[in-house]
Design a protein around this ligand. Structure first.
Ligand SMILES: C[S@@+](CC[C@H](N)C(=O)[O-])C[C@H]1O[C@@H](n2cnc3c(N)ncnc32)[C@H](O)[C@@H]1O
Length: 198
């Protein structure tokens, strides 16, 4: 079984890009809601998918009753008709997070997105999330590349990534940028909360 199926057993979905069919691996928003409730003792009301792709996660978050929106730097050419409305209504906008005003949301979800930036850009990206309550980030780390290789797999992603770093590097980076962070092992997710003492 490919490493991605082992790492992300809870959600995958198919989509088409210009270069053919792909499988996206992700985390159901419901599991992120559980992390939020455990931390804050109340349900999240707002959800922001930073790197929303074709909108599947935004739709799932909406169905849980949250006011969900998102952005993506890339306009995916093939979207299913039930998701198209998210884009035409502006719930999902085509733009870079670096061009956004600070994001105010209970949950910000970054699936792979943080690895698209350089080390010097990353503090500017994280600064966008300091007015949000919880940042949930899933992405490949150095440890994943090694574990996948041991499994005979090469990790490909839907677009090119730049920043593959050890898990501890990410913990330190969140911390240095003013977040209290833990790695939620059961969902393979960095959960970061701005500490507001910075
Ligand atoms: C792995 S996909 C995540 C899809 C979706 N969130 C999910 O979990 O199913 C990561 C997305 O991040 C987007 N991305 C990369 N750089 C970005 C940027 N600067 N601003 C916004 N989105 C970006 C990519 O285009 C890609 O669609």
């Amino acid at each position: 079984m490919h490493y991605y199926y082992q790492k992300y057993p809870y959600l995958n979905y198919s989509y088409r890009d210009t270069d053919g069919p792909w499988t996206m691996f992700s985390i159901p928003p419901k599991m992120l809601v559980t992390e939020f409730v455990n931390k804050f003792g109340q349900k999240p009301k707002t959800f922001f998918d930073c790197g929303a792709a074709i909108g599947v996660i935004v739709m799932m978050a909406q169905k849980l009753g949250m006011d969900a929106r998102g952005i993506d730097i890339k306009n995916y050419p093939y979207k299913s008709s039930n998701l198209e409305e998210l884009f035409t209504s502006g719930k999902i906008q085509i733009k870079s997070i670096l061009d956004c005003e600070p994001i105010v949301a209970d949950i910000v979800f970054c699936n792979g997105t943080l690895t698209y930036f350089s080390e010097t850009e990353l503090p500017n990206v994280l600064a966008k999330f300091r007015n949000s309550k919880m940042i949930c980030a899933i992405h490949n780390t150095t440890e994943d590349i090694a574990a996948a290789a041991a499994n005979g797999d090469i990790l490909t992603t839907c677009n090119k990534t730049r920043l593959i770093k050890p898990q501890n590097w990410w913990i330190n980076t969140f911390t240095k940028n003013g977040f209290n962070v833990k790695y939620a092992e059961h969902i393979r997710c960095f959960c970061a909360v701005p500490n507001h003492s910075k």
